[in-house]
Design a protein around this ligand. Structure first.
Ligand SMILES: Cc1ncc(C[n+]2csc(CCOP(=O)(O)OP(=O)(O)O)c2C)c(N)n1
Ligand SMILES: [Mg+2]
Length: 333
């Protein structure tokens, strides 16, 4: 079985491997939906169909020694960074083969071997943590970067403003990536946020900022590479707004009936999977036949992953105490 590190190297190799990882994320998320409906996923789950180009573009540019903070909508980022589908699905299904031994669930993915700090259910929580990681790198004189991926709704949270302010004044090597998928839970952005171009908020912090087409992996790679290069060289933080769209509802059974008619269809025309397919066909790297083969083979791969995870054991009750840190007398003194 491929390791997270090997999978990370794969996605850095070439465009075909990047396309394949995007297909993996899409198929994976579609199947989670079905598993949830079948009662095999407990709690909640938040899917990221439509946001694959951002996840894979990001993973293909970063080093495994950089750290990434993502959200409860983080399956795609975890898979893109290299976590195996078994470890992500195992975690979602609460099984011992999950990346956190099945005690975290869908919103808590982590694997430090590829730089994924735990994903968080708290909106905006990753922003100051990424700034903190960047402060650690700066203090140690290491040219690694911290990256926070968060939603449009998170840009209205206090932690966003505190995190950006601190990062700007201390010139921390951190990249703030706002995944503007147009919705925060069941609210369309114009009902919660007085501006449309969220990257403009960085003006208040005298921080470089720009938006990019989050449906196009090459635009993601170019934009993220520019910000990462600046951060590695001591040039400080950047706020990037990736314009994407959430193809699914907010979570689990949400049918997203509140969307204006025709909006989803309009965005589906720019489905990141299709955008990448068209680019790779135009470059002669893929054909319609090879695409169909890849899709069919990905279905089989994910079916096997599901069978493995269904058969995997559940954690023992005691395992919820296994990773709890308790201060000892020695650490208090
Ligand atoms: C601090 C906090 N406030 C509220 C919530 C409830 N909540 C969960 S998801 C969400 C919407 C966030 O939207 P956005 O940042 O755009 O991310 P998306 O879900 O679109 O990826 C809210 C308000 C929460 N989890 N944490
Ligand atoms: Mg959103």
């Amino acid at each position: 079985m491929s390791t997270p590190m090997k999978r990370r190297q794969d996605v850095q190799k070439n465009q075909r491997a990047q396309y394949e990882r995007m297909l993996e994320i899409r198929e994976f998320e579609e199947q989670i939906n079905a598993l949830f409906a079948a009662g095999l996923v407990r709690g909640s789950t938040h899917l990221c169909q439509g946001q694959e180009a951002l996840a894979v573009g990001l993973a293909s540019v970063l080093r495994h020694t950089d750290v990434v903070l993502a959200t409860y909508r983080g399956h795609g980022v975890a898979l893109a960074l290299g976590l195996t589908p078994e470890s992500v699905l195992g975690e979602i299904m609460g099984k011992t083969n999950g990346c956190c031994g099945g005690v975290g669930g869908s919103m808590h993915m982590c694997d430090m071997s590829v730089g994924l700090l735990p994903t968080s259910a708290i909106v905006g929580a990753g922003i100051p943590i990424a700034a903190g990681a960047a402060l650690a790198f700066q203090t140690q004189g290491i040219d690694s970067v911290g990256v926070a991926v968060f939603g449009d709704g998170a840009s209205n949270i206090g932690a966003f403003h505190e995190g950006l302010n601190l990062a700007a004044i201390w010139k921390l090597p951190v990249i703030f990536i706002c995944d503007n998928n147009v919705y925060g839970e069941y609210s369309r952005i114009q009902t919660t946020t007085p501006i449309e171009d969220l990257h403009m908020r960085a003006e208040s912090y005298n921080m470089p900022h720009f938006s990019l087409d989050g449906m196009d992996i090459s635009a993601v790679q170019t934009g993220v590479a520019e910000a990462v290069e600046r951060a590695r060289k001591g040039g400080g933080p950047t706020l990037i707004e990736a314009k994407t769209y959430r193809f699914a509802g907010h979570s689990r059974a949400d049918q997203a009936l509140y969307r204006p008619a025709g909006e989803l269809e309009k965005w589906l025309e720019r489905d990141p999977i299709k955008v990448t397919e068209n680019a790779l066909i135009a470059e002669g790297l893929l054909t319609l036949e090879s695409i169909e083969e890849m899709k069919a083979s990905m279905k089989v791969t994910i079916e096997k992953v599901i069978a493995t995870c269904v058969a995997a054991p559940e954690p023992l009750l005691a395992s919820m105490f296994e990773n709890i840190w308790t201060p000892t007398k020695a650490s208090q003194s």
